[in-house]
Design a protein around this ligand. Structure first.
Ligand code: X8Z
Ligand code: ZN
Length: 466
């Protein structure tokens, strides 16, 4: 239902829009009503999922119960080497560490959006309308960078550079592979290049949401993705290859241990590599002629991706935990979703929503039943891993300028951890790479400190919060 979802603005089938089409509108349009139509339109596709989801929750809980768990949420929470209640506390602790950063970014974003759309549409002290943030789920704000850039000129325009260099879809994947190879890891096998799907097929419907596969638990690695030539997908390709490289590293483990230390590690791996995609790295690979002058722009770009994501990364499963536990019943599904969206993200729907809608189902991982807390953890972990690898590489200077490209010692440290797979509790794997046994948000905070200082200055006369 998710993969086939389409919105037909005129009600006829001739001009129906896919998620890809609607996402492009969300990313590029700056017309309040056009944005609203695309946002609301996509959410017509998830209405029919509601009834099925209610039944799905019953069945999933029945299965989890037969395994001895209270509900499916508790089953998901057992994969972190600690009791479920303690895990919830861990999540809260991490969120409280990063919340001030998100609030500063939210505050500045709201001020800029009010300048663009008017303070009648974006009022002070209130949640931001969810359709103005450049992304279908407001899960990152990267596509409205033009409205938020600290400085006018950006020399590090990844989308522009890729297009100017005429890099095609395979070329992007080759470049990402080259990064892993520069760390001393083996190139991907020929079958990866023969059997992966890199572009959207024209003759059939597919689920375009990017994924990485480990078909035979040995060497038949593949990705499935509808690559677009832009900065977002450049990062996502690194993300997907991270899955494949992890899978290959732990293939010698027994079946039970052939997985990452916890699912946050799997999601963090490729992102950790992508954090090394810096202006200096672009100079090294010949994508830029010279290092651009110091600018906060690249750091802001990164924050719009990573900091903006944190509350969304947390709330998707807060909703599912409440649903699976029965604390929230089907007649409250959508209201509870929006309660959490407002509480954590400070966003609001552009038109009233009701229990006829099923807005959670408009997000892939809810429709496909993929746990989501992993991405919240990954966002915090990847900076922790990056900081440790940068230390191994002997980086000097601010953390956000570090790239581990070409550094074999960092590559070895990373690979040693990946090879452990799930054979040890995750704190052991984390310790092997970072020397720390706890997930810790100080690395992400360090990384963004220069931007945080700047945001505080920008916000000094603003009324923040919602
Ligand atoms: O689903 C993904 C990956 C595949 S595991 C593309 N991500 C989350 C999302 O798109 O919602 C990566 C970031 C968060
Ligand atoms: Zn992933």
């Amino acid at each position: 239902m998710y993969g086939k979802g389409k919105f037909c603005p005129q009600g006829q089938s001739g001009d129906c829009l896919t998620l890809g089409d609607l996402s492009k509108i969300l990313a590029s349009s700056r017309d309040y009503d056009e944005l609203k139509q695309a946002w609301v339109g996509w959410r017509t596709t998830s209405k029919p999922m509601r009834e099925k989801f209610v039944r799905f929750v019953e069945l999933a809980n029945e299965g989890a119960g037969e395994f001895g768990f209270r509900d499916l949420g508790d089953l998901w929470k057992t994969r972190y080497d600690m009791p479920p209640d303690e895990f919830e506390k861990e999540l809260n602790r991490l969120w409280e560490q990063v919340r001030p950063l998100y609030e500063q970014l939210h505050c500045y974003t709201r001020t800029q959006l009010a300048k663009k759309y008017g303070s009648d549409k974006v009022p002070t002290g209130k949640p931001i309308p969810a359709h103005l943030l450049g992304n279908m789920w407001s899960q990152d704000f990267a596509n409205i960078f033009d409205l938020l850039a600290p400085e006018e000129k950006s020399a590090f325009d990844v989308t522009g550079i890729l297009r100017e260099k005429k890099i095609d879809e395979r070329g992007v994947v080759r470049q990402a592979e080259a990064f892993f190879v520069s760390l001393g890891l083996d190139p991907l096998p020929d079958t990866f290049w023969e059997r992966s799907m890199f572009t959207k097929p024209r003759d059939r419907e597919v689920v375009c949401h990017a994924s990485a596969w480990d078909i035979d638990w040995l060497d038949d690695l593949r990705i499935k993705m509808c690559i677009e030539i832009n900065a977002e997908d450049f990062t996502t390709v690194h993300h997907e290859l991270g899955h494949n490289y992890y899978q290959r590293a732990y293939k010698h483990q027994s079946a039970l241990f052939a997985d990452s230390a916890n699912d946050g590690f799997h999601e963090a791996l490729g992102d950790t590599i992508a954090l090394s995609v810096t202006p200096a790295y672009f100079v090294k690979i010949g994508y830029l002629d010279k290092l651009p002058a110091d600018s906060l722009n690249p750091l802001m770009q990164r924050a719009l991706d990573k900091i903006a994501f944190l509350p969304f990364g947390l709330l998707v499963d807060q909703w599912r935990f409440d649903v699976f536990s029965g604390r929230v019943t089907p007649d409250q599904y959508n209201a509870h979703w929006w309660k959490l969206r407002t509480k954590y993200q400070g966003v609001a729907p552009p038109i009233a929503r009701s229990e006829k809608d099923f807005d959670p189902g408009a997000k892939y991982h809810v429709a496909a039943n993929v746990p989501y807390t992993r991405y919240f953890l990954a966002t915090i972990l990847q900076f922790q891993l990056h900081r440790a690898l940068c230390e191994v590489a002997g980086h000097e200077g601010p953390l956000h300028t570090c790239s581990i490209y070409n550094n074999k010692e960092a590559g070895k440290r990373l690979n040693d951890m990946m090879e452990m797979g799930l054979s040890k509790p995750w704190p052991d794997a984390l310790e092997a790479l970072t020397g720390q046994r706890q997930m810790d948000a100080t690395a992400i905070i360090d990384y963004f400190q220069p931007l945080l200082d700047w945001l505080k200055e920008q916000n000094k006369d603003a009324v923040c919060g919602w």
